[in-house]
Design a protein. Structure first.
Length: 517
């Protein structure tokens, strides 16, 4: 299978290393703070840098004291420049925990743990330390990558075989969607015409949907005049630009197992959904994740801040920045302290700023079949919310769960709850795929009269289309519907009131699942 030039076993081994560790809420408990499991990077903390420098400095001082009590050192990775971001764009500072070369005072010079430091700092300061948070690991996950049901959250527990294969015994529960023909990714034939794109508007411009995902591959539906794949802020590229591109190379990791990587082609599939729902819209595709579908929170926040800066610049002067009217985020994580404003403030501040600028934010709800609020999907004032987020008149944040093809029922894998604003088609969706060819082969072959004759090859996507399932694909459907309803927009973008009206109209027109009563 095709690999990047010069790609070696060292690259595959390094890239396959699991990101993050599971948080144990029983470690370093603090009265009044109830924590839940999540995945995080144990050697890092993120500190929101706001206008209150005195409070920021006090938190940093307390973190240094807490780290020293364990024999660890706290090093702030403050960038020399904020990648051209203005002061009004929320920002954060990475803090790294290290072990000194020589054991000194403190409890232990063993491997640092950011959770213990944060909890110790809360105990020292007798406050929640609102600016400081763990660095979480986000997941771009179609059905089957549940970070809480596997002992290793982001890959198989046994790298050489499936720990619980979906085999001849039949699937049960949400695993039904993993079977080819019932929702899992598989090739499919598209028989209709391509989405019909109208002429450029005489007044205003086309609506722009930005997608932060795995990028976008080559497909006839997604030419360069529709999809922008490279953008920068003052010469600094936005997103990942390395060769490990899961939209070009389908099997970068996995011990040469012959299987296409879990999220290879994910961004192309999303772009195709948007093309179907909003043929006249333009797409800004930004790659933030690799083929394993995991993203460090700081990488996500860094890229999101640049995207919001592009939006802000364009709103200030339409000849600068880049227009963005709808932002699609088919990714997420679970926060260990999701209530009362103890969650990561930078993410909420960035999305709020985007919404203040008239950009509608659409987020997937997650595919773990639970009602636990996920982030960023739950970052809005939902009914009964305990997150401390006030209601506002900005462009909305829309969290999207998945419906089955009948549109009468919610897909069993979909997360649910009052924080899920709407449900949309997300099971057995048909959309675009790069022309990947994987290691799995047709089960039977019988050539005759010079013709190659065989059964369906489950890993041959050279036809350019696939069936896939996930709230990852319900979200861009809604994002596309919103973009289509916006139609031609003013050069500088839409008003927040207009965005809210359009979203309300779109949501009212979506299918409503049957409610049992």
């Amino acid at each position: 299978m095709e690999q990047p030039e010069g790609w070696t076993w060292q690259d595959r081994a390094e890239g396959s290393i699991r990101r993050g560790t599971a948080l144990d809420p029983n470690v370093e408990r603090v009265d009044g703070i109830r924590a839940f499991p999540t995945a995080y990077l144990p050697e890092r903390l993120l500190i929101t840098h706001d206008d209150d420098n005195g409070a920021y400095d006090r938190e940093v001082k307390t973190l240094h004291e807490a780290a020293a009590s364990f024999g660890w050192q706290l090093i702030l990775d403050e960038p020399a420049q904020r990648r051209g971001l203005t002061a009004e764009i929320p920002w954060f500072v990475r803090a790294r925990l290290t072990t000194p070369d020589d054991a000194g005072s403190g409890e232990s010079p063993v491997a640092p743990d950011a959770w213990r430091v944060l909890q110790r700092a809360r105990r020292i300061s007798r406050s929640p330390m609102p600016r400081t948070s763990l660095e979480h690991v986000l997941s771009i996950d179609p059905v089957g990558l549940n970070p809480f049901t596997r002992t290793n959250p982001f890959t198989r527990t046994n790298p050489f075989t499936r720990t619980n294969p979906v085999g001849a015994g039949g699937a049960a529960g949400s695993e039904d969607y993993l079977q080819p023909g019932r929702g899992a990714r598989q090739p499919v034939s598209w028989l209709g015409p391509a989405p019909l794109r109208g002429p450029a508007p005489r007044k205003g411009r086309r609506t722009v949907v930005a997608v932060l995902d795995t990028g976008c591959g080559v497909h006839e539906w997604l030419p360069d005049d529709i999809v922008t794949k490279h953008v920068d802020v003052d010469g600094v590229p936005v997103g990942l630009t390395d060769d490990a591109d899961p939209e070009r190379y389908p099997d970068l990791y996995g011990q040469l197992d012959g299987e296409i990587d879990a999220v290879a082609g994910h961004g192309t599939f999303i772009a195709g959904v948007i093309r179907q729902a909003a043929p006249d819209a333009d797409i800004l595709s930004i790659r933030i994740a690799g083929a394993l579908g995991v993203v460090d929170e700081s990488t996500f926040l860094d890229t999101l801040a640049q995207v919001v800066e592009l939006l802000r610049r364009h709103r200030e002067n339409p000849r600068t920045g880049h227009p963005i009217d709808v932002l699609n985020l088919s990714l997420g994580y679970y926060h260990e302290t999701p209530t009362d404003g103890l969650f990561s403030l930078t993410l909420n501040a960035l999305l709020t700023r985007a919404r203040e600028l008239g950009c509608v934010v659409v987020c997937s709800a997650g595919n773990d079949a639970i009602d636990r609020p996920s982030f960023p999907a739950s970052l809005w004032a939902w009914p009964g919310a305990d997150n401390g987020i006030p209601r506002d008149d900005d462009a909305p944040l829309v969290s999207v769960g998945a419906l089955n093809p009948s549109s009468c029922s919610v897909a069993l894998f979909s997360n649910v709850g009052p924080w899920v604003r709407v449900y949309a088609p997300g099971a057995a969706v048909v959309s675009t795929s790069p022309a990947f060819v994987g290691g799995e082969q047709a089960s039977s072959r019988a050539d005759f009269a010079g013709l190659s004759r065989e059964t369906l090859d489950p890993d041959d996507y050279r036809g350019g289309f696939a069936v896939w399932s996930g709230t990852s694909f319900a979200a861009p459907y809604v994002a596309g519907r919103i973009a289509a309803q916006l139609g031609a927009v003013p050069l500088s973008g839409v008003k927040t009131s207009t965005a809210a009206e359009v979203v309300k109209k779109v949501l009212e027109g979506l299918p409503t699942p049957v409610v049992q009563g």
